[in-house]
Design a protein around this ligand. Structure first.
Ligand SMILES: [Fe+2]
Length: 641
C-alpha cells in the first residue's frame, strides 16, 4: 500500500473534474479515479441528461434504470463494506482505494479518533431528543440546546460549554461590546476593515444624518473616516441575491456595520440592514428591539460568510489545488514536496467527505443555510475567483484591509497570526535557501516550473491528461454529452493570480502562504466554530424572517430540528485535532540540516505558545474570554477536519 508510485502513475490518479472547475470551487478531484470511475460517471450522467430531456425510448429507459440502480447498489455496498473495514482496521487495504488515490486515504488513527468523537455527538443528539414536547417551541429549543451541550460538555476539556453561551448568559444576550469583540476575536475575524477611499460613496450616503456614541458625543462620519477612525464590516457577495436564490422561508441579507475607533477600542455606530434602512444602537424601547434584531441579521450573514467563504472556500477549497498539483508534478523526494506535503495530509480526503456530507443536495449546509444549494456553490465559486493568491498572505491581507496595528490596536486574530506568520516565513526561508542558492536555481528547476504551470496556466491550455479519461469503447457522443471530455475548458487559471515562479523570494512567499493557510489560518477559522457557532442564537446559519416583517427576535432563529442540526454540524467540524503544527511525526526530513531547521521552527513555536498564553491572561482579565485558537499547541499541521 505504501509502495512509491511514479510521477506518471500519480498524475493518472489525480485528475480534475472538468464539471467542477467552473462551479464547485478551486479544483475538485474527479470523484472516481481510473477508467472504471470514468465509465460509471459517463453512464450515470448520460442517463440524467436524457431523462431531463424527456427523450427516452422504453428499452433504453429500462436499461438505464437498471444501470442506475446497479450503480446505487454498488455505492451502498461499498459504503457498508468500508464501514465494516474501518472497524476491522482494514481501511488502508490496497483494494479499498476505489475512490481516492492510495496515499490520500484517511489512516486508521484518524478514523478511530473520528469515530470516537462521532459517537459522542450521537449520544448527545439522542439525549437532546428527550426534550419535553409539551413546552412552547422556544422553551423546547432552549431545553434541547442545554441537553445537547451539557451531554457533549463531558468531552470538551477544559471548556465546559461553548464560551459564548456563558457570555450571553452574563450579558442577557449579545451586548455591543461582545458584538465588536467578535469582529476581532470571534470565528470570522476576516471581514472587518478600515473605511478607505473605495467606501466614499457609501459613507457619503450614510453621512446625511448624525450619529451618537454611547457617551453622547456626536460624530461626523466623513471627518472620522478622514481621521482613520471609521471601520466597516460588510458582505458585498450577498448583495445581489434574488428571492429565487434563497430557500423558502429563510433569509440572508447583506448588512453593513460601521464602527468608530476611540482610545478604548471599537464601538458600533450603525447597521444598514437594507439599502437606506439604518438601525443605530439603543438600549430602551422598540429601538432596542430593532437594534438587537439588526445585530442578529448581521451575525447570521457573518456565519454564512464564515462557513462558505472564510472556511470552505479560502482554506479547504483553495488549498486543494496545491495538494493535487504537488502530488501530480513533484516527485515525493523533491525538496519542495518534502516541505509542503505534510501540510496537505488528509486535505483531499476531508474535502472529498465535505463534497458528500456538506455540499450535496439535502446535506447539512443545504438544510441550514438560506441560499439554495446552487446559489451556495455559485457564491463560493465567485468568492474563489475574486481573491488573488497573493491576498492569502497575512501581510497583504492586513494592508488591503487597512488594519495595521498602529491604526487598529488589540486585534487578537491579527496579533497572534503575525507571530506565526513570522515563524513560518523564517522556517521556509531557511529551508529553501539550502536548496536554491539564487533565483536562477528556482527558474531552472523544471519540476517546480511544471508545478507552477499547472496552477497558473489557463485551464484551456492544459493537456487533456489532466482530466478524466474514459475507455475507447464508449461511444464518443456519449462522452461528449456527459461533459467528461469538454471541448471548451475555462480560460482562467486554476489559482487566480498565480503565474510562473521567477525568484527565490517568490518561492519562499508561496511556501509561507501555503503553510500558514493549512495550519494557523484554518485552525483560527475552524476550531472557533465550537465556541461561537454551536450556540446557535449567536450565529444562526439562516434567519427565518425578512427585516420588513415584524416578528419577535426568537422567531428569527432556526426552528427546533435546525437548531440541533447546526449544533451537530459545528461541534463535529471542530471536534478533533489531528497532528500538530511542525510535529516531527509528520514532517520527516532525511537531511540533518533540514532537521535542524525544523527543530528551530519547533523552538520558535514553543516561544510563541508562551507569548500567546500571557496575552490570553490579559484578554481573559478584560473580557472574561480569551483567544486560544492560535496557540501553536492547538494548531494542526494540515487541514484535515
Ligand atoms: Fe475545516
Amino acid at each position: 500500500m505504501t509502495q512509491q508510485s511514479s510521477l506518471a502513475e500519480k498524475q493518472g490518479y489525480y485528475r480534475y473534474d472538468p464539471n467542477g472547475l467552473t462551479n464547485k470551487g478551486s479544483a475538485r478531484l474527479f470523484p472516481y479515479t481510473g477508467q472504471d470511475g470514468s465509465t460509471r460517471y459517463v453512464l450515470s450522467k448520460l442517463y440524467e441528461i436524457i431523462r431531463l430531456q424527456g427523450r427516452l425510448s422504453v428499452p433504453c429507459s429500462l436499461l438505464l434504470t437498471e444501470i442506475e440502480s446497479s450503480i446505487a447498489k454498488l455505492e451502498s455496498k461499498w459504503q457498508d463494506l468500508s464501514t465494516l473495514l474501518v472497524d476491522l482496521r482494514f481501511l488502508q487495504s490496497d483494494w479499498l482505494n476505489f475512490d481516492l488515490p492510495p496515499n490520500e486515504q484517511l489512516n486508521n488513527d484518524y478514523v478511530q479518533e473520528k469515530r470516537k468523537f462521532l459517537l459522542k455527538i450521537w449520544i448527545a443528539s439522542a439525549v437532546a431528543q428527550v426534550v419535553n414536547r409539551n413546552l412552547p417551541e422556544s422553551d423546547q429549543i432552549q431545553q434541547q440546546r442545554q441537553l445537547f451541550l451539557h451531554s457533549l460538555a463531558k468531552s470538551f476539556v477544559p471548556t465546559p460549554l461553548p464560551a459564548i453561551a456563558q457570555i450571553y448568559e452574563r450579558d442577557g444576550g449579545l451586548s455591543d461590546r461582545e458584538f465588536v469583540r467578535q469582529r476581532l476575536a470571534g470565528a470570522n475575524p476576516m471581514v472587518i476593515r478600515r473605511v478607505q477611499a473605495v467606501d466614499a460613496g457609501l459613507i457619503q450616503a450614510l453621512a446625511s444624518q448624525t450619529y451618537k456614541l454611547a457617551n453622547g458625543n456626536v460624530i461626523d462620519l466623513l471627518k472620522s473616516a478622514g481621521e482613520n477612525c471609521l471601520f466597516i464590516a460588510d458582505y458585498p457577495l450577498f448583495k445581489d441575491l434574488q428571492v429565487t436564490d434563497l430557500q423558502s422561508g429563510k433569509y440572508l441579507g447583506s448588512p453593513t456595520a460601521i464602527f468608530y475607533r476611540h482610545e478604548r477600542g471599537l464601538e458600533p455606530v450603525l447597521i444598514e440592514l437594507l439599502k437606506g434602512r439604518v438601525v443605530t444602537p439603543s438600549i430602551t424601547g422598540n429601538e432596542a428591539d430593532d437594534w438587537a434584531k439588526a445585530k442578529l441579521y448581521f451575525q447570521s450573514a457573518d456565519a454564512n460568510h464564515h462557513e462558505l467563504i472564510s472556511h470552505f472556500c479560502y482554506t479547504h477549497a483553495a488549498m486543494e489545488a496545491f495538494a493535487i498539483a504537488t502530488a501530480r508534478q513533484l516527485p515525493s523526494n523533491h525538496p519542495f514536496a518534502q516541505l509542503l506535503s505534510p501540510h496537505f495530509r488528509f486535505l483531499i480526503a476531508i474535502n472529498y467527505r465535505a463534497n458528500a456530507v456538506l455540499l450535496a443536495p439535502g446535506s447539512a449546509l443545504d438544510q441550514l443555510m438560506a441560499p439554495t444549494l446552487e446559489t451556495t456553490l455559485k457564491l463560493s465559486h465567485t468568492a474563489y475567483r475574486q481573491k488573488s493568491f497573493w491576498y492569502y498572505s497575512l501581510l497583504n491581507d492586513i494592508e488591503l484591509r487597512g488594519i495595521e496595528p498602529q491604526l487598529l490596536p488589540d486585534f487578537p486574530y491579527r496579533d497572534d497570526a503575525l507571530l506565526l506568520w513570522e515563524a513560518i516565513a523564517k522556517y521556509t526561508t531557511r529551508y529553501l535557501q539550502q536548496y536554491y542558492p539564487d533565483d536562477k536555481a528556482v527558474i531552472q528547476d523544471t519540476y517546480l516550473q511544471a508545478w507552477a504551470d499547472e496552477l497558473g496556466a489557463p485551464l484551456n491550455t492544459r493537456p487533456k491528461s489532466d482530466f478524466p479519461q474514459v475507455p475507447q469503447w464508449l461511444p464518443p457522443e456519449w462522452i461528449t454529452l456527459s461533459g467528461i471530455n469538454p471541448q471548451e475548458l475555462p480560460t482562467h487559471p486554476r489559482v487566480p493570480g498565480f503565474a510562473k515562479i521567477g525568484s527565490l523570494q517568490q518561492l519562499i512567499d508561496i511556501a509561507t502562504i501555503l503553510v500558514f493557510t493549512c495550519g494557523p489560518q484554518h485552525a483560527a477559522i475552524n476550531f472557533s466554530q465550537f465556541d461561537y457557532m454551536t450556540y446557535v442564537p449567536n450565529a444562526p446559519l439562516a434567519t427565518y424572517s425578512h427585516p420588513n416583517t415584524t416578528v419577535s427576535l426568537d422567531k428569527l432563529l432556526p426552528p427546533l430540528p435546525k437548531d440541533l442540526l447546526q449544533m451537530q454540524l459545528t461541534a463535529t467540524s471542530s471536534g478533533i485535532r489531528w497532528g500538530n503544527l511542525g510535529s516531527s511525526d509528520l514532517i520527516q526530513f532525511f537531511d540533518q540540516s533540514d532537521r535542524q531547521i525544523l527543530a528551530q521552527f519547533q523552538s520558535d513555536l514553543r516561544g510563541i505558545e508562551g507569548k500567546i498564553q500571557v496575552r490570553n491572561q490579559q484578554r481573559f482579565a478584560e473580557h472574561n474570554i480569551d483567544y486560544p485558537y492560535l496557540l501553536p499547541s492547538r494548531i494542526p499541521n494540515s487541514i484535515n477536519i
